[in-house]
Design a protein around this ligand. Structure first.
Ligand code: SAJ
Length: 406
Protein backbone atom coordinates (compact mmCIF):
# COMPACT_ATOMS: atom_id res chain seq x y z
CA UNK A 1 0.00 0.00 0.00
CA UNK A 2 1.19 3.52 -0.78
CA UNK A 3 0.52 6.29 1.72
CA UNK A 4 0.67 9.71 0.05
CA UNK A 5 1.27 12.50 2.57
CA UNK A 6 -0.02 15.93 1.46
CA UNK A 7 -2.99 16.13 -0.89
CA UNK A 8 -2.27 19.41 -2.67
CA UNK A 9 -1.43 20.24 -6.27
CA UNK A 10 1.14 17.45 -6.57
CA UNK A 11 0.11 14.90 -3.93
CA UNK A 12 -3.51 14.53 -4.95
CA UNK A 13 -3.02 13.89 -8.70
CA UNK A 14 -0.10 11.55 -7.94
CA UNK A 15 -2.13 9.56 -5.41
CA UNK A 16 -5.02 9.32 -7.87
CA UNK A 17 -2.76 8.17 -10.68
CA UNK A 18 -1.32 5.33 -8.60
CA UNK A 19 -4.82 4.31 -7.51
CA UNK A 20 -6.11 4.40 -11.07
CA UNK A 21 -3.23 2.10 -12.06
CA UNK A 22 -4.56 -0.50 -9.62
CA UNK A 23 -2.31 0.07 -6.60
CA UNK A 24 -3.77 0.35 -3.13
CA UNK A 25 -3.45 3.99 -2.06
CA UNK A 26 -4.39 5.98 1.03
CA UNK A 27 -4.09 9.78 0.89
CA UNK A 28 -3.26 11.58 4.13
CA UNK A 29 -3.61 15.30 4.81
CA UNK A 30 -3.56 17.18 8.09
CA UNK A 31 -6.30 19.50 6.85
CA UNK A 32 -9.54 17.91 8.06
CA UNK A 33 -11.65 19.98 5.70
CA UNK A 34 -9.72 18.78 2.65
CA UNK A 35 -10.03 15.14 3.75
CA UNK A 36 -13.72 15.50 4.50
CA UNK A 37 -14.36 17.11 1.12
CA UNK A 38 -12.42 14.40 -0.76
CA UNK A 39 -14.29 11.66 1.07
CA UNK A 40 -17.51 13.36 -0.05
CA UNK A 41 -16.22 13.11 -3.64
CA UNK A 42 -15.40 16.80 -3.98
CA UNK A 43 -11.99 17.99 -5.15
CA UNK A 44 -10.59 21.13 -3.54
CA UNK A 45 -8.88 22.70 -6.57
CA UNK A 46 -9.50 22.73 -10.27
CA UNK A 47 -7.29 21.13 -12.87
CA UNK A 48 -8.01 19.83 -16.35
CA UNK A 49 -9.01 16.13 -16.18
CA UNK A 50 -8.68 15.94 -12.39
CA UNK A 51 -12.33 15.21 -11.69
CA UNK A 52 -12.56 12.23 -14.02
CA UNK A 53 -9.25 10.87 -12.73
CA UNK A 54 -10.62 11.31 -9.21
CA UNK A 55 -13.74 9.30 -10.07
CA UNK A 56 -11.70 6.47 -11.60
CA UNK A 57 -9.40 6.39 -8.57
CA UNK A 58 -12.38 6.36 -6.18
CA UNK A 59 -13.85 3.42 -8.08
CA UNK A 60 -10.54 1.62 -7.54
CA UNK A 61 -10.81 2.26 -3.79
CA UNK A 62 -8.60 5.24 -2.88
CA UNK A 63 -9.35 6.62 0.59
CA UNK A 64 -8.47 9.81 2.41
CA UNK A 65 -7.67 10.33 6.06
CA UNK A 66 -5.83 12.64 8.45
CA UNK A 67 -3.87 9.66 9.85
CA UNK A 68 -0.57 8.24 8.68
CA UNK A 69 -0.84 4.58 7.64
CA UNK A 70 1.39 1.66 8.61
CA UNK A 71 2.98 0.54 5.36
CA UNK A 72 6.28 0.23 3.47
CA UNK A 73 5.95 3.00 0.81
CA UNK A 74 5.35 6.67 1.59
CA UNK A 75 5.26 9.61 -0.79
CA UNK A 76 5.70 13.04 0.77
CA UNK A 77 4.25 15.95 -1.22
CA UNK A 78 3.94 18.68 1.40
CA UNK A 79 4.72 22.38 0.81
CA UNK A 80 8.30 23.66 1.03
CA UNK A 81 8.02 27.41 1.58
CA UNK A 82 11.08 29.63 1.81
CA UNK A 83 12.07 32.30 4.26
CA UNK A 84 11.31 35.65 2.68
CA UNK A 85 14.35 37.30 4.26
CA UNK A 86 17.13 34.68 4.09
CA UNK A 87 15.70 33.06 0.92
CA UNK A 88 16.50 29.66 2.44
CA UNK A 89 14.10 26.75 2.19
CA UNK A 90 11.87 25.98 5.15
CA UNK A 91 11.80 22.19 5.50
CA UNK A 92 9.65 22.02 8.59
CA UNK A 93 6.69 20.30 6.89
CA UNK A 94 8.89 17.70 5.19
CA UNK A 95 10.78 16.96 8.39
CA UNK A 96 7.57 16.71 10.39
CA UNK A 97 6.15 14.25 7.84
CA UNK A 98 9.32 12.13 7.87
CA UNK A 99 9.34 11.97 11.68
CA UNK A 100 5.67 11.02 11.83
CA UNK A 101 6.29 8.27 9.30
CA UNK A 102 9.18 6.91 11.39
CA UNK A 103 6.81 6.45 14.30
CA UNK A 104 4.57 4.14 12.33
CA UNK A 105 6.28 2.61 9.26
CA UNK A 106 7.30 -1.04 8.88
CA UNK A 107 11.04 -1.84 9.02
CA UNK A 108 12.72 -1.30 5.67
CA UNK A 109 10.07 1.16 4.41
CA UNK A 110 10.88 3.61 1.63
CA UNK A 111 10.11 7.31 2.06
CA UNK A 112 9.87 9.10 -1.28
CA UNK A 113 10.12 12.89 -1.09
CA UNK A 114 8.42 14.56 -4.06
CA UNK A 115 8.31 18.09 -2.63
CA UNK A 116 10.87 20.39 -4.23
CA UNK A 117 13.81 20.82 -1.88
CA UNK A 118 17.00 22.82 -2.21
CA UNK A 119 20.10 20.90 -3.26
CA UNK A 120 21.68 19.15 -0.28
CA UNK A 121 18.54 19.30 1.89
CA UNK A 122 18.35 15.55 2.45
CA UNK A 123 21.99 15.22 3.51
CA UNK A 124 22.13 18.41 5.54
CA UNK A 125 18.77 18.47 7.26
CA UNK A 126 16.73 15.30 6.78
CA UNK A 127 19.23 12.48 7.36
CA UNK A 128 20.46 14.00 10.68
CA UNK A 129 16.88 14.21 11.99
CA UNK A 130 16.37 10.51 11.24
CA UNK A 131 19.72 9.47 12.71
CA UNK A 132 19.04 11.53 15.85
CA UNK A 133 16.10 9.22 16.48
CA UNK A 134 18.40 6.19 16.29
CA UNK A 135 17.23 4.87 12.92
CA UNK A 136 19.74 3.51 10.39
CA UNK A 137 19.11 4.70 6.85
CA UNK A 138 19.63 1.84 4.44
CA UNK A 139 18.25 -0.83 6.76
CA UNK A 140 15.50 0.63 8.98
CA UNK A 141 14.29 2.77 6.11
CA UNK A 142 15.31 4.10 2.67
CA UNK A 143 15.17 7.64 1.36
CA UNK A 144 14.31 8.57 -2.23
CA UNK A 145 13.91 11.94 -3.92
CA UNK A 146 11.53 11.85 -6.89
CA UNK A 147 10.96 15.49 -7.90
CA UNK A 148 7.89 16.33 -9.92
CA UNK A 149 7.89 18.38 -13.11
CA UNK A 150 4.21 18.43 -14.09
CA UNK A 151 2.85 21.83 -15.11
CA UNK A 152 -0.34 23.26 -13.59
CA UNK A 153 -2.96 23.35 -16.32
CA UNK A 154 -1.73 20.11 -17.94
CA UNK A 155 -0.85 18.01 -14.91
CA UNK A 156 -2.73 14.84 -15.65
CA UNK A 157 -1.32 14.49 -19.15
CA UNK A 158 2.19 15.32 -17.97
CA UNK A 159 2.05 12.86 -15.07
CA UNK A 160 1.87 10.07 -17.64
CA UNK A 161 3.96 11.65 -20.37
CA UNK A 162 6.88 13.46 -18.71
CA UNK A 163 10.20 11.84 -18.14
CA UNK A 164 11.08 11.74 -14.45
CA UNK A 165 14.01 11.35 -12.08
CA UNK A 166 14.54 8.99 -9.15
CA UNK A 167 17.38 9.81 -6.76
CA UNK A 168 18.33 7.14 -4.21
CA UNK A 169 21.29 5.86 -2.16
CA UNK A 170 21.37 2.49 -3.92
CA UNK A 171 20.55 1.23 -7.39
CA UNK A 172 18.41 -1.52 -5.90
CA UNK A 173 16.04 0.92 -4.15
CA UNK A 174 16.01 3.32 -7.10
CA UNK A 175 15.06 0.50 -9.43
CA UNK A 176 12.28 -0.69 -7.12
CA UNK A 177 10.79 2.82 -7.06
CA UNK A 178 11.30 3.21 -10.81
CA UNK A 179 9.13 0.10 -11.29
CA UNK A 180 6.50 1.64 -9.03
CA UNK A 181 6.29 4.86 -11.07
CA UNK A 182 6.36 2.84 -14.31
CA UNK A 183 2.81 1.73 -13.46
CA UNK A 184 1.63 5.03 -14.94
CA UNK A 185 4.65 6.97 -16.25
CA UNK A 186 5.16 6.12 -19.92
CA UNK A 187 8.39 8.06 -20.38
CA UNK A 188 12.00 7.49 -19.44
CA UNK A 189 12.67 7.29 -15.69
CA UNK A 190 16.24 8.30 -14.96
CA UNK A 191 18.03 6.89 -11.93
CA UNK A 192 20.61 8.98 -10.11
CA UNK A 193 21.83 9.88 -6.64
CA UNK A 194 19.80 12.05 -4.27
CA UNK A 195 21.87 15.25 -4.56
CA UNK A 196 21.77 15.20 -8.34
CA UNK A 197 18.01 14.67 -8.29
CA UNK A 198 17.58 17.63 -5.91
CA UNK A 199 19.85 19.86 -7.98
CA UNK A 200 18.43 18.98 -11.40
CA UNK A 201 14.89 19.90 -10.32
CA UNK A 202 15.90 23.33 -9.06
CA UNK A 203 18.11 23.85 -12.11
CA UNK A 204 15.21 23.19 -14.50
CA UNK A 205 13.10 25.93 -12.97
CA UNK A 206 16.06 28.29 -12.65
CA UNK A 207 16.81 27.83 -16.36
CA UNK A 208 13.28 28.97 -17.17
CA UNK A 209 13.52 31.92 -14.80
CA UNK A 210 16.79 33.12 -16.35
CA UNK A 211 15.41 32.70 -19.87
CA UNK A 212 12.20 34.60 -19.02
CA UNK A 213 14.31 37.33 -17.37
CA UNK A 214 16.27 37.67 -20.59
CA UNK A 215 13.00 38.08 -22.52
CA UNK A 216 11.79 40.65 -19.97
CA UNK A 217 15.02 42.61 -20.20
CA UNK A 218 14.71 42.60 -23.98
CA UNK A 219 11.17 43.95 -23.58
CA UNK A 220 12.51 46.87 -21.55
CA UNK A 221 15.32 47.56 -24.03
CA UNK A 222 12.91 47.47 -26.97
CA UNK A 223 10.46 49.75 -25.10
CA UNK A 224 13.27 52.26 -24.42
CA UNK A 225 14.09 52.48 -28.13
CA UNK A 226 10.73 51.83 -29.68
CA UNK A 227 11.27 48.37 -31.14
CA UNK A 228 8.84 45.46 -31.22
CA UNK A 229 10.22 42.88 -28.79
CA UNK A 230 7.87 40.16 -30.03
CA UNK A 231 9.08 40.55 -33.59
CA UNK A 232 12.70 40.58 -32.41
CA UNK A 233 12.21 37.36 -30.41
CA UNK A 234 10.19 35.72 -33.18
CA UNK A 235 13.01 36.29 -35.65
CA UNK A 236 15.81 35.39 -33.20
CA UNK A 237 14.05 32.11 -32.44
CA UNK A 238 14.32 31.10 -36.10
CA UNK A 239 17.97 30.43 -35.31
CA UNK A 240 18.13 26.66 -34.81
CA UNK A 241 19.80 26.95 -31.42
CA UNK A 242 17.97 29.96 -29.96
CA UNK A 243 14.79 29.61 -27.91
CA UNK A 244 13.91 32.77 -26.01
CA UNK A 245 10.80 32.54 -23.83
CA UNK A 246 8.10 35.20 -23.65
CA UNK A 247 8.22 38.51 -21.82
CA UNK A 248 5.32 39.14 -19.46
CA UNK A 249 4.07 41.13 -16.46
CA UNK A 250 6.18 39.05 -14.07
CA UNK A 251 6.80 35.47 -13.02
CA UNK A 252 4.44 33.91 -10.53
CA UNK A 253 3.50 30.48 -9.25
CA UNK A 254 5.14 28.45 -6.58
CA UNK A 255 7.93 27.00 -8.70
CA UNK A 256 9.83 29.19 -11.14
CA UNK A 257 9.64 32.29 -8.96
CA UNK A 258 10.68 30.38 -5.84
CA UNK A 259 13.21 27.64 -6.67
CA UNK A 260 16.02 29.96 -7.91
CA UNK A 261 16.02 31.60 -4.47
CA UNK A 262 17.12 28.28 -2.96
CA UNK A 263 20.36 28.54 -4.95
CA UNK A 264 20.76 32.24 -4.12
CA UNK A 265 20.13 31.53 -0.42
CA UNK A 266 22.69 28.69 -0.29
CA UNK A 267 25.36 30.09 -2.62
CA UNK A 268 25.10 33.90 -2.31
CA UNK A 269 28.62 34.47 -3.70
CA UNK A 270 28.13 32.23 -6.72
CA UNK A 271 24.73 33.26 -8.04
CA UNK A 272 25.11 36.70 -9.69
CA UNK A 273 23.27 35.72 -12.84
CA UNK A 274 20.48 33.86 -11.03
CA UNK A 275 19.95 36.75 -8.60
CA UNK A 276 19.90 39.29 -11.44
CA UNK A 277 17.27 37.18 -13.25
CA UNK A 278 15.11 37.02 -10.11
CA UNK A 279 15.36 40.78 -9.68
CA UNK A 280 14.54 41.41 -13.33
CA UNK A 281 11.44 39.22 -13.19
CA UNK A 282 10.38 40.72 -9.88
CA UNK A 283 10.69 44.19 -11.42
CA UNK A 284 8.10 43.50 -14.11
CA UNK A 285 4.98 44.50 -12.12
CA UNK A 286 6.66 47.91 -11.57
CA UNK A 287 7.40 48.11 -15.29
CA UNK A 288 3.69 47.51 -15.96
CA UNK A 289 2.86 50.32 -13.52
CA UNK A 290 5.16 52.66 -15.50
CA UNK A 291 3.40 51.66 -18.71
CA UNK A 292 -0.01 52.31 -17.09
CA UNK A 293 1.17 55.77 -16.03
CA UNK A 294 2.37 56.56 -19.58
CA UNK A 295 -0.92 55.41 -21.08
CA UNK A 296 -2.96 57.42 -18.57
CA UNK A 297 -0.89 60.51 -19.34
CA UNK A 298 -1.16 60.05 -23.10
CA UNK A 299 -4.94 59.69 -22.85
CA UNK A 300 -5.57 62.37 -20.24
CA UNK A 301 -6.82 59.90 -17.67
CA UNK A 302 -6.08 61.17 -14.20
CA UNK A 303 -7.63 58.58 -11.91
CA UNK A 304 -6.21 55.09 -11.33
CA UNK A 305 -9.81 54.06 -10.64
CA UNK A 306 -10.35 54.09 -14.39
CA UNK A 307 -7.80 51.29 -14.82
CA UNK A 308 -8.70 47.60 -14.53
CA UNK A 309 -6.36 44.62 -14.28
CA UNK A 310 -7.68 41.60 -16.14
CA UNK A 311 -6.43 38.32 -14.64
CA UNK A 312 -5.27 37.75 -11.06
CA UNK A 313 -3.91 34.20 -11.23
CA UNK A 314 -0.22 33.57 -11.86
CA UNK A 315 -0.94 32.24 -15.34
CA UNK A 316 -3.70 31.38 -17.77
CA UNK A 317 -6.62 29.04 -17.11
CA UNK A 318 -5.69 28.05 -13.56
CA UNK A 319 -7.22 29.27 -10.29
CA UNK A 320 -3.87 29.51 -8.50
CA UNK A 321 -2.91 33.02 -7.35
CA UNK A 322 0.35 32.19 -5.54
CA UNK A 323 3.03 34.85 -6.23
CA UNK A 324 0.72 36.31 -8.87
CA UNK A 325 2.18 39.35 -10.73
CA UNK A 326 -1.24 41.05 -10.53
CA UNK A 327 -1.31 40.81 -6.75
CA UNK A 328 2.31 42.00 -6.64
CA UNK A 329 1.33 44.99 -8.78
CA UNK A 330 -1.64 45.91 -6.55
CA UNK A 331 0.62 45.57 -3.52
CA UNK A 332 3.23 47.93 -4.96
CA UNK A 333 0.56 50.53 -5.75
CA UNK A 334 -0.98 50.27 -2.29
CA UNK A 335 2.44 50.50 -0.64
CA UNK A 336 2.76 53.83 -2.42
CA UNK A 337 -0.64 54.86 -1.12
CA UNK A 338 -2.22 54.56 -4.52
CA UNK A 339 -5.59 52.88 -4.05
CA UNK A 340 -8.48 52.19 -6.37
CA UNK A 341 -7.13 50.15 -9.31
CA UNK A 342 -9.79 47.64 -10.30
CA UNK A 343 -9.37 43.95 -10.99
CA UNK A 344 -11.26 40.95 -12.32
CA UNK A 345 -10.52 37.28 -12.93
CA UNK A 346 -13.05 34.76 -14.26
CA UNK A 347 -11.05 31.89 -12.67
CA UNK A 348 -11.01 33.39 -9.15
CA UNK A 349 -14.25 32.95 -7.24
CA UNK A 350 -13.29 34.53 -3.92
CA UNK A 351 -12.42 38.13 -3.10
CA UNK A 352 -8.69 38.61 -2.76
CA UNK A 353 -8.23 42.31 -3.55
CA UNK A 354 -9.87 45.64 -2.88
CA UNK A 355 -11.93 46.85 -5.86
CA UNK A 356 -12.13 43.33 -7.30
CA UNK A 357 -15.13 42.68 -9.52
CA UNK A 358 -16.97 39.39 -9.75
CA UNK A 359 -18.78 40.26 -12.96
CA UNK A 360 -16.98 40.97 -16.22
CA UNK A 361 -19.57 43.38 -17.63
CA UNK A 362 -19.65 45.46 -14.43
CA UNK A 363 -15.84 45.53 -14.48
CA UNK A 364 -15.77 46.72 -18.09
CA UNK A 365 -18.39 49.38 -17.61
CA UNK A 366 -16.38 50.99 -14.77
CA UNK A 367 -12.98 51.28 -16.53
CA UNK A 368 -11.34 53.07 -19.45
CA UNK A 369 -8.01 51.21 -19.51
CA UNK A 370 -7.85 47.43 -19.38
CA UNK A 371 -4.51 45.78 -18.60
CA UNK A 372 -4.35 42.18 -19.79
CA UNK A 373 -2.21 40.48 -17.14
CA UNK A 374 -3.25 36.88 -17.83
CA UNK A 375 -4.20 35.32 -21.17
CA UNK A 376 -7.15 33.23 -19.97
CA UNK A 377 -9.24 31.59 -22.73
CA UNK A 378 -12.06 33.78 -21.41
CA UNK A 379 -10.39 36.99 -22.63
CA UNK A 380 -9.38 35.39 -25.94
CA UNK A 381 -13.10 34.77 -26.46
CA UNK A 382 -13.99 38.31 -25.39
CA UNK A 383 -11.52 40.44 -27.34
CA UNK A 384 -14.39 41.98 -29.26
CA UNK A 385 -15.99 43.22 -26.02
CA UNK A 386 -12.94 45.26 -25.00
CA UNK A 387 -12.22 46.96 -28.30
CA UNK A 388 -13.56 50.32 -27.09
CA UNK A 389 -11.10 50.42 -24.18
CA UNK A 390 -7.52 51.56 -24.06
CA UNK A 391 -5.73 48.21 -23.89
CA UNK A 392 -2.36 47.42 -22.34
CA UNK A 393 -1.67 43.88 -23.46
CA UNK A 394 1.23 42.42 -21.45
CA UNK A 395 0.72 38.97 -22.97
CA UNK A 396 0.73 39.88 -26.66
CA UNK A 397 -2.63 38.29 -27.43
CA UNK A 398 -4.40 41.29 -28.97
CA UNK A 399 -2.83 41.82 -32.36
CA UNK A 400 -4.64 45.02 -33.45
CA UNK A 401 -3.20 48.46 -34.17
CA UNK A 402 -3.38 50.89 -31.27
CA UNK A 403 -3.00 48.29 -28.54
CA UNK A 404 -0.28 49.17 -26.03
CA UNK A 405 2.34 46.54 -25.25
CA UNK A 406 4.82 45.97 -22.42
N1 SAJ B 1 6.10 32.90 -17.92
C1 SAJ B 1 6.55 33.98 -18.66
N2 SAJ B 1 7.07 33.75 -19.91
C2 SAJ B 1 7.14 32.50 -20.43
C3 SAJ B 1 6.68 31.40 -19.68
C4 SAJ B 1 6.16 31.63 -18.41
O1 SAJ B 1 6.50 35.14 -18.22
O2 SAJ B 1 7.60 32.38 -21.56
C5 SAJ B 1 5.54 33.11 -16.57
C6 SAJ B 1 4.10 32.66 -16.44
O3 SAJ B 1 3.21 33.65 -16.85
C7 SAJ B 1 4.00 32.37 -14.96
C8 SAJ B 1 5.41 31.83 -14.62
O4 SAJ B 1 6.24 32.28 -15.67
O5 SAJ B 1 3.77 33.54 -14.21
C9 SAJ B 1 5.53 30.34 -14.48
O6 SAJ B 1 4.71 29.69 -15.42
P1 SAJ B 1 5.07 28.32 -16.19
O7 SAJ B 1 3.84 27.92 -16.89
O8 SAJ B 1 6.28 28.45 -17.02
O9 SAJ B 1 5.49 27.30 -15.04
P2 SAJ B 1 4.78 26.77 -13.71
O10 SAJ B 1 5.32 27.55 -12.56
O11 SAJ B 1 3.31 26.67 -13.84
O12 SAJ B 1 5.35 25.28 -13.64
C10 SAJ B 1 6.73 25.08 -13.60
C11 SAJ B 1 7.10 24.14 -14.70
N3 SAJ B 1 8.51 24.13 -14.89
C12 SAJ B 1 9.09 24.26 -16.10
O13 SAJ B 1 8.49 24.46 -17.11
C13 SAJ B 1 10.56 24.09 -16.09
C14 SAJ B 1 6.66 22.73 -14.38
O14 SAJ B 1 7.15 21.82 -15.37
C15 SAJ B 1 7.15 22.31 -13.00
O15 SAJ B 1 6.66 21.06 -12.64
C16 SAJ B 1 6.64 23.30 -12.00
O16 SAJ B 1 7.11 24.61 -12.35
C17 SAJ B 1 7.15 22.87 -10.63
O17 SAJ B 1 6.41 22.22 -9.88
O18 SAJ B 1 8.33 23.10 -10.34
Amino acid sequence: MINVIGLGYIGLPTALMFAKSGLQVVGTDKNEMVVEQLNKDKIHFEEKGLLSLFKEARDKGINFTTKYQKTDIYIIAVPTPYDLVTKKIDLRFVIKAVLEILDICVKGATIIIESTISPGSIDKYIRPEIEKKGYVIGSDLHLVHAPERIIPGNMIYELENNSRTIGADSYEIANKIKKLYSTFCKQEIVITDIRTAEMSKVVENTFRDVNIAFANELAKICRADNMDVYEVIRIANKHPRVNILKPGPGVGGHCISVDPWFLVGDYPDLTNLILAARKTNDSMPSHVISRIREIMKENDISSIEKVGLYGMTYKENVDDVRESPTLQLINILENHLSFGIKSFDPCVSNKIANNQYMNFDDFLSDIEVIVIMVAHDHILNNLDNIKDKKILDTKNIYLQQGVYKL
